[in-house]
Design a protein around this ligand. Structure first.
Ligand code: SF4
Length: 318
């Protein structure tokens, strides 16, 4: 399988009154075609900024980002236009991301405006096909978003993203605003679409059950940096980084024989503004030693394809 998206030392900083906020700070990853990379971490860890930077909705501060082998940080206006067709986004809150004055058909037809050669009849045909694809009944063609439930509104979001036949979709918390039963329907729809169309996803969420269900690979972020990454099953079966262990300990265990103590994180959260050298998790880590406060741990291969950034990964997991 070929690599569709690759980030090398990708950074996105914001200037604030108190200094420079390192929202995304040197992220490296690859996503192969047809696979899903789940991105997890607490709110404020930079995962949504990462998604927006990858789609060029935010300009990166530094680093490289490749789409089908081309560095998109160097694309001109035309190149960026082409990228916008190939890479789309599904947003968290379908209600606020949809114009309430537009009908379902107008909303889904919106991204098709760039297809100048399409006639009105072509657009209508395409909208109906997209409605079928995402499971929206055709009778809803003239309805408005406020007349629909959250699940149907998110189906509009999925249809809009699919309208220009993208290869890659960033799904930013696409089910977190939905009821649990509807979450499953949308997740299954995304999975089916991936199988049918070979789509590649970056799936951003704080919900570990969701990320476990949908992802092939998982990246764990902490204060703008990647602390652990690997195949989804391995990350869930063998968590290595102390932060991942704490995060995953909150997941309900299916068996009473397999109960794991919930690890409550204590200590102060480091500031992502002008961060000091050293491990950003050090103030909350029970294993921290002097070196953790002085030197940032490098991301290293713990096992094949399983990367961890911790000075004491091997000692902690003996
Ligand atoms: Fe904890 Fe040190 Fe590892 Fe950071 S590098 S996670 S502080 S042991």
């Amino acid at each position: 399988m070929s690599v569709l998206v690759e980030a090398k030392e990708l950074k996105k900083y914001f200037d604030t009154k108190s200094g420079q906020l390192h929202a995304v700070d040197g992220i490296n990853f690859q996503i192969e075609e047809g696979r899903t990379l789940g991105v997890v971490g607490e709110s404020g860890c930079g995962k949504s900024t990462l998604g927006r930077t990858i789609l060029h909705l935010l300009e990166s501060t530094d680093g490289q980002l490749f789409f089908e082998g081309k560095d998109v940080t160097k694309l001109d206006k035309e190149g960026l236009k082409a990228l916008r067709r190939q890479a789309q986004m599904i947003f968290q809150d379908p209600y606020s991301s949809l114009n309430p004055r537009m009908t379902v058909s107008q909303l889904i037809a919106e991204p098709l405006k760039i297809e100048k050669q399409l006639s009105k009849a072509d657009v209508e045909k395409k909208v109906l096909e997209l409605m079928d694809t995402v499971g929206l009944a055709r009778r809803l063609f003239h309805t408005y978003p406020h007349e629909l439930d959250g699940g149907r509104r998110q189906r509009i979001g999925v249809a809009k993203a699919l309208a220009v036949n993208p290869k890659f979709i960033v799904c930013d918390e696409p089910v977190s605003a939905l009821d649990v039963s509807i979450q499953a329907q949308i997740l299954n729809l995304l999975k089916d679409l991936q199988e049918e169309r070979g789509l590649t996803y970056m799936f951003i969420t704080h919900d570990l059950s969701v990320v476990k269900y949908i992802s092939h690979d998982i990246m764990v972020m902490y204060l703008g940096q990647m602390v652990e990454k690997g195949p989804a099953k391995e990350i869930f079966d063998t968590t290595i980084h102390p932060y991942t262990k704490a995060l995953f300990s909150a997941l309900p265990q299916p068996s009473i024989h397999n109960r794991q103590e919930r690890i409550l994180l204590k200590g102060e959260l480091s500031s992502p503004i002008n961060p000091k050298p050293g491990c950003r998790f050090a103030k909350r880590c029970i294993y921290a030693k002097d070196i953790c406060f002085a030197e940032s741990p490098a991301l290293e291969e713990y096992e094949p394809n399983h990367m961890v950034a911790c000075h004491f990964a091997h000692e902690i997991n003996k």
